[in-house]
Design a protein around this ligand. Structure first.
Ligand code: 13P
Length: 252
């Protein structure tokens, strides 16, 4: 048995106004108050972060942003910095989601800087990695994961690696209902952990590797029971407080 506390994070993407986020959190808090040993996070859009930090204060629910810029400030219209998130008392930030890589050209090079900027600001980063369907079909899954991990964590000192959670999110499983099989999820998570162990065996043992891609209340328990899967990054099913709480319960 690992000693890693499971992390269940809900990535809301571009969903929920502040009013909708408020009704979600009021419904969620009583449903997860007894989820001892599980780290729970919601990742609302920027506009709802401050309200969610206020509403979740004193509860077990942490609040993460979905992205940030790698630099402290500058002429970057539409961007926010790590310090701006930390000032809101946000706990962490998702970095390198495949939607940002694919739709907004986010590069491994920028991500390497984002990871260290988040850590320096006291934010817990979740670095997303994962292969496309064609990469898996070509047998390139491990090559892709190795590249993304090496690049994304390239500037993190070995003794700090466990401060970054890695989300294995196969692109073909995101929003498709085509969840990875337990064997696929375990193999990829174990491979990622082995990559971390190449830099520090001790940190690899402590680092959380979580799975994302069509996780729901029906399939969560099987995925969360896998030896190298330490939680879930949940998209669609995190929008409903009852479903999300059921996934949290499955992690207990
Ligand atoms: P779905 O759970 O909707 O497949 O989304 C997964 C995801 O992208 C979480 O970051």
């Amino acid at each position: 048995m690992s000693t890693r506390a499971p992390l269940i994070a809900g990535n809301w993407k571009m969903h929920k106004t502040i009013a909708e986020a408020e009704s979600f959190i009021q419904a969620l808090l009583p449903r997860v108050s007894a989820a001892d040993g599980v780290d729970v996070a919601i990742c609302p859009p920027f506009t709802a972060l401050a309200a969610m930090v206020d509403s979740a204060r004193g509860s077990r629910v942490q609040v993460y942003a979905q992205n940030m810029h790698q630099l402290q400030d500058g002429a970057f219209t539409g961007e926010v910095s790590a310090a701006m998130l930390a000032e809101l008392d946000v706990d962490g930030v998702i970095l390198g989601h495949s939607e940002r890589r694919e739709l907004y050209g986010e590069s491994d090079r920028a991500l390497a800087l984002k990871v260290t900027a988040a850590l320096a600001a006291g934010l817990h980063p979740i670095l997303c990695v994962g292969e496309s369907e064609s990469e898996r079909e070509r047998g390139d899954t491990e090559r892709k994961l190795r590249h993304q991990i090496q690049e994304g964590l390239g500037k993190v000192p070995a003794e700090q690696l466990a401060e970054v959670a890695i989300a294995y999110e196969p692109i073909w499983a995101i929003g498709t209902g085509a969840v990875a099989s337990p064997e696929q999820a375990q193999d990829a998570a174990a491979f990622i952990r082995a990559l971390l162990a190449g830099r520090s065996a001790e940190q690899a043992e402590r680092a959380r590797v979580i799975y994302g891609g069509s996780v729901n209340a029906g399939n969560a328990a099987e995925l969360l029971a896998l030896p190298d899967v330490d939680g879930a990054l949940v998209g669609g099913a995190s929008l409903d407080p009852v479903q999300f709480a059921a996934i949290v319960a499955a992690a207990q």
